[in-house]
Design a protein around this ligand. Sequence first.
Ligand SMILES: [Zn+2]
Length: 258
Amino acid sequence: MIVFLCGLSVGSFLNVLIYRLPRGLSLVRPPSRCPSCGRRLGVLELIPVLGYLFIKGRCLQCRQPVSPRYPLVELATACLFTAVYHRFGFSLAGLGYLLLLSLLLAVALIDLDHRIIPNSLVLAGLIAGLILQLPAAGARWFDLPSRLAPAIPLTDALAGLTLGGGLLLIIILVSRGGMGAGDMKLMAMIGFYVGLRGTAVVMMLGFMLGAITGLVLIAARRLTRKDAVPFGPFLSLAALIEIFWGPLLWDWYINLLR
Ligand SMILES: [Zn+2]
């Protein structure tokens, strides 16, 4: 329950991040306002999800509808937190996944809205990933409790980073467009968390999800062949699948090859 509530408040912060970061606004000031009329939000309205229900989805002053995406992001983050906690328990590995998946949720929505992947978010993910490796680096001098063990060893993290960033760099050079430098940096960052095998799975899944969605949208005439599809959301979704079902998918794939 506490984990769920933590997720709700982190989700609320992610909403601020998603709205303000690509617009170059400060994350802490000014306090939250209605995007339509600029009215400052009251204390009740700032409560995740309940605040949205309290105002019945409309600004109390200008009556403009408030996007249901705000409470949905809060709920999604809360579910994410609960799922990671159940799977990985109270551990450093779990904390790393919470961080990564929260960042990826923000990245996916910013990429959808603005077609950019902020460097600051990718950098934050990398720095946090490095910090999470610190206890393991000290394990030479003391016994590392299992709670403090990183999800993957540093060598594997660096291998994932190199493979993810390197392959996308090659694709960018070969395809000239379609894929951006933001996608490359994002994939390198994800690779640092999921390692070599995980990176292979994430890239394969990401391309598959992107291709299927593109074909469906073209068939539905919502998109022409020339339109660019943001890739960040697919990489993010693929990373989520890898973290929860990666080993399972890998075994299935290997068995298929035999
Ligand atoms: Zn308003």
